[in-house]
Ligand binder design. Structure first.
Ligand code: DP6
Length: 331
């Protein structure tokens, strides 16, 4: 191969309803447990990969800026795995997020789903079969495997590289669920998710969590299938707080919540319990609050959020689309 090969793909981020927290095998991102997510329509990463035989190293650009730190290294290590199996050349990679950089929205899920897809699209030999593509995204970032599919997605945790992949539970039009992400803070996290996964792996509460999760996964999938928002919301809120409990009581401790995070959690519970508004929250490894409701209640929920925390940006998502390949390129 002596010519450049170019491919572009975009992928939506996702919010975990049942979380991936703790790895059985960090080299391949094999999780301690399966997880369930909703793909997020409005948090999109678009990535172009140009495999170029004239390059002596990878060149990586995120939101227009050349990246030379650990983020670039992580992308290069991922490209190494593809290079080992395919063409041995370096790449120019450009990636843009639809949401402002540094908002704390997880971009590694959409980022690695788009990167894996663009890297294979560039070869022009057809993409790997979809389940295999979810394994590729997972090798880059665990949660990335759920961003290959649209709608509602299960990551079957598995025990090794072959048995760990994602599948769609229901397509995006199954249920008009909304995730209003309230951007509480964009300050860099004191403890990265990679470090958080390591700390969780040695946490004494993890055994109890793992014992409960299979039943919890079943109930979550049942609630999604039957569009039972009350059941889903109760599970999701409990799950979010359980994982925050493990984060906060780890060694070292990861205290992601900020005062505005806690104000929002209390408000959501009061809107639901005192005012009868069907609304629930979840959290990831950060201070932003994901507020879940059904489409018909979204305007009322948004109004209440704006009144409670004026000035904080809100990114509203519906169930999003699967990863897509484009003919137009960033490079
Ligand atoms: C709290 O997928 O970011 O968002 O595999 O190391 O890239 P790596 O971790 P990552 O972890 C996500 C953790 C989470 C929960 C979730 O998305 O399931």
């Amino acid at each position: 191969m002596s010519r450049e090969m170019r491919g572009t793909a975009s992928a939506c981020s996702n919010i975990a309803l049942i979380k991936y927290w703790g790895k059985a095998d960090p080299a391949d991102n094999i999780p301690l447990n399966g997880s369930v997510s909703m793909t997020l329509s409005d948090a999109i990463t678009t990535t172009t990969v140009v495999w170029d035989p004239s390059l002596s190293q990878d060149e990586i650009y995120l939101d227009g800026e050349r990246i030379l730190d650990h983020r670039g290294l992580r992308i290069s290590r991922f490209l190494d795995r593809i290079r080992a199996d395919w063409y041995r050349m370096h790449a120019r990679v450009a990636s843009m997020n639809s949401f402002p950089a540094g908002t704390g929205i997880a971009s590694s899920a959409s980022g690695f789903a788009a990167l894996a897809t663009a890297a294979f699209a560039a070869f022009g030999e057809g993409l790997p079969e979809q389940t295999e593509l979810t394994r590729w995204a997972r090798r880059g970032s665990g949660s990335g495997c759920r961003s290959i599919h649209g709608g509602f997605v299960e990551w079957i945790g598995g025990t090794d590289d072959a048995s760990s992949f994602s599948r769609q539970l229901c397509p995006a039009d199954h249920w008009d669920l909304r995730d209003l992400v309230v951007l509480v803070s964009s300050a860099p996290k004191a403890i990265s998710s990679s470090e958080g996964h390591r700390i969780a792996g040695r946490h004494p509460f993890m055994a109890a969590r793992q014992a409960e999760l299979p039943l919890c996964m079943l109930a979550t999938k049942g609630a999604i299938a039957s569009r039972d928002f009350g059941t889903l919301g109760a599970i999701v809120e409990h799950e979010a707080l359980e994982v925050q409990g493990i984060m906060m009581s780890g060694q070292p401790c990861a205290l992601y919540m900020q005062p505005a995070t806690l104000a929002l959690l209390h408000a959501v519970r009061s809107w639901r319990e005192d005012d009868g508004l069907p609304v629930y929250f979840t959290l990831d490894a950060g201070p932003n609050v994901h507020i879940l409701c059904e489409g018909r209640d979204a305007p009322a929920v948004r109004e209440r959020i704006e009144a409670l925390v004026p000035g904080l940006a809100i990114l509203e998502n519906r169930p999003g689309s699967p990863v897509r390949v484009h003919d137009a390129h960033l490079l």
